[in-house]
Ligand binder design. Structure first.
Ligand code: C2E
Ligand code: MG
Ligand code: MG
Ligand code: MG
Length: 287
């Protein structure tokens, strides 16, 4: 009845079920359970003024403290969650936790909180309304920067633009994350109003070997359109120095501080400024 094409199709379908659909559903179900059980945690990485080492803000990065799988980084799950409506409640629980954590640990409110916002979230009207309410009630005067990648930003451009405006109206600023890693890299700068441009760690890594032209070009572009540059993934003093020479004011990376628990961040802040890589470890210790 099926014939060779039908059989090939059935085989393909079986392969898809086995290799992508089912694991995707399983992962989403596990994330849902993990959220309900409070298994998701937030780590905080300091953002530094490169000229003097002072901390100017903090980026919140999610970690999954899974009871059996251990400490799971976002690379393993965020791509799938970002393509599901689940990203909205997940982000809200992380943002609420982050703002409360920083408040509880007396992290000074002049240090901004940067959060990673999925473009899908920005295209969800109800999600953005909820986020607006959440920031109103929990920011307590702290500045919030929404980091967005250009991936999927244009899927529903009108909705995303409206969300930018709505969040901007309550003081949220925007950073274009991982700049230079996708195609059409200039179109988001044309279509959306960003305040910051984050240079991807790939370009920072190149500085180690003396390749400065791309960072130089990105800095010139940012200056031209009035954006502040933040470098990501600074791991060596050589990279730090080259960034300063190239006119990059702000940055973050293992050289200055790993993503850490709020308690650790609070202790780190008391001890800064220093450039020895913080107190090490990206682990899940809750000390
Ligand atoms: P990102 O926003 O570009 O975050 C920077 C990533 O670089 C983080 O990885 C951070 O831990 C890592 N990093 C920081 N300093 C260094 C360094 O000196 N060297 C190297 N090699 N890496 C460094 P992480 O935490 O694994 O996050 C990966 C990505 O997952 C993030 O990239 C972001 O796009 C996404 N992500 C993280 N947390 C969230 C979240 O709460 N929501 C959403 N939607 N995405 C998130
Ligand atoms: Mg980011
Ligand atoms: Mg980035
Ligand atoms: Mg990155």
């Amino acid at each position: 009845i099926f014939g060779p094409i039908g059989l090939a199709f059935a085989a393909l379908l079986a392969w898809l079920m086995a290799n992508s659909l089912a694991p995707r559903r399983l992962l989403l179900r596990a994330v849902r359970t993990g959220l309900a059980r409070g298994e998701f945690e937030v780590r905080y990485q300091p953002v530094i003024d490169l000229a003097n080492g002072a901390c100017i803000g903090i980026e919140a990065l999610v970690r999954w403290a899974h009871p059996r799988w251990g400490d799971v980084g976002p690379a393993a799950f965020i791509g799938i969650v970002e393509n599901d409506p689940l990203i909205v409640p997940m982000t809200h629980s992380l943002v609420e936790r982050a703002l409360d954590d920083l408040h509880t640990h007396r992290v000074p409110p002049h240090l901004h909180l940067a959060i990673n916002l999925s473009p899908r979230h920005l295209q969800n009207r109800q999600g953005v309304n909820e986020l607006t309410r959440l920031l109103r009630t929990h920011a307590r005067g702290r500045g919030v920067i929404a980091e967005v990648t250009e991936r999927q930003l244009f899927d529903d451009r009108r909705a995303a633009l409206a969300s930018f405006e709505q969040l901007r109206a309550i003081g949220v600023r925007f950073a274009l994350d991982d700049f230079g890693t996708d195609r059409n890299t200039l179109s988001p700068l044309q279509a959306f109003h960003f305040d910051f441009l984050k240079i991807d760690q790939g370009f920072v890594a190149e500085l180690e070997y003396g390749r400065t032209d791309l960072v130089r070009g990105i800095v010139a572009l940012a200056r031209q359109i009035g954006l502040t540059v933040i470098a990501e993934g600074i791991e060596s003093t050589r990279q730090h120095e080259r960034l300063l020479e190239l006119g990059v004011e702000f940055g973050q990376g293992y050289l200055h501080g790993y993503p850490m628990t709020a308690a650790r961040l609070a202790r780190w802040l008391v001890a800064e400024p220093r450039g020895d890589g913080g107190d090490g470890g990206d682990g899940l210790d809750t000390s």
